[in-house]
Design a protein around this ligand. Sequence first.
Ligand SMILES: [Fe+2]
Length: 382
Amino acid sequence: MEPRKFVAPEFILREGSLELAGLYASNLDAKKVFLVTDPGVIRAGWAGKVENALAQAGLPFVVFSDVTPNPKDTEVMAGAALYLREQCDVIVAVGGGSPMDCAKGIGVVASNRENILWFEGVDQIEKPCPPLICIPTTAGTAADISQFAIITDTARKVKIAIISKVVVPDLALVDPLTTTTMPADLTAATGIDALVHAIEAYVSNANSPVTDLNALEAIRLVSRNLKGAIEHPLDLRFRNPMMLASLLAGMAFSNASLGLVHAMAHSLGGFADLPHGDCNALLLEHVVAFNFDSVPERYVSIAKAFGLEIIDLPKAEQRTRLVDALRRFRIEAGVTGGLQEMGMKKTDLAKLAENALQDPCSVTNPIQPTLQDIEMIYERAF
Ligand SMILES: [Fe+2]
């Protein structure tokens, strides 16, 4: 076995862990906290709860909430300018993937004093970031766990991936209670994002025994609990395992990377500012159909974790069964339609395919796609 490195932050997974934000910021020797969030999380009340926790610990803080879905380079730069102006020294992010990725970007810029777009790619960050505590309020993105930050380059209309140990948070306070205010569509989109993280990590050409274990358990948990979380939003018997699934899938993909679903979803999200989870959900079945023959035994294991026994079937039948089950799963979760309904035009697909091929996530896909392959997969998801 090749020696492999596995990176994960310190994390606390339990109901109410959000309340520990002040204590842990103090432990990190904070003098002034920079709190990154967004308007939806403020409305849901979670940012206020973190503010209370900081105040109780006697910590002054500055709130930055000018963060939109698919966080933009301009938002990161504005946040970093405010962080420096206010002389903050610890960052706390509360929210979904957007505030957390934006917070990572702010930390990178505050320490390294260059435009965030300079840090695109793997291991491009020189200086360590200020301490970062992440408090996720969705169950899926796992930005609180991962060494990824995805930022939109607004001039080029592409998402850049920043992949570095430097952006792994110092602490994740993973509190399933925060997910109880998610509406059904966000629960579905983020839950399927977690499923895609696990599937892509498991078939990644950088997979490993440790990431495999996390990925398969995450697949099992999402397949059994997403529907319940959508139908019974306040019921922690579904929210707890979905939060665990997100965390496990996060540890898997952070260390094994992703694949073509994410490469293509990043391209769509950057080009048309579409929700990440919905893009993934619509692309997943088509990428699985394309990839299946390159690692069929891995997809049979995925099917088994998903609750499908297909091992004794002929290969073509195995692929059809798994692809159909994934399609049914997203439709039952409420993600219907295709790229056309999301406002895309056929004439956009060539450019989208070009950008997807450049995305670092396509490198770890189990089979290397051509430009034509990617365009064909977009066509099928249309
Ligand atoms: Fe994702």
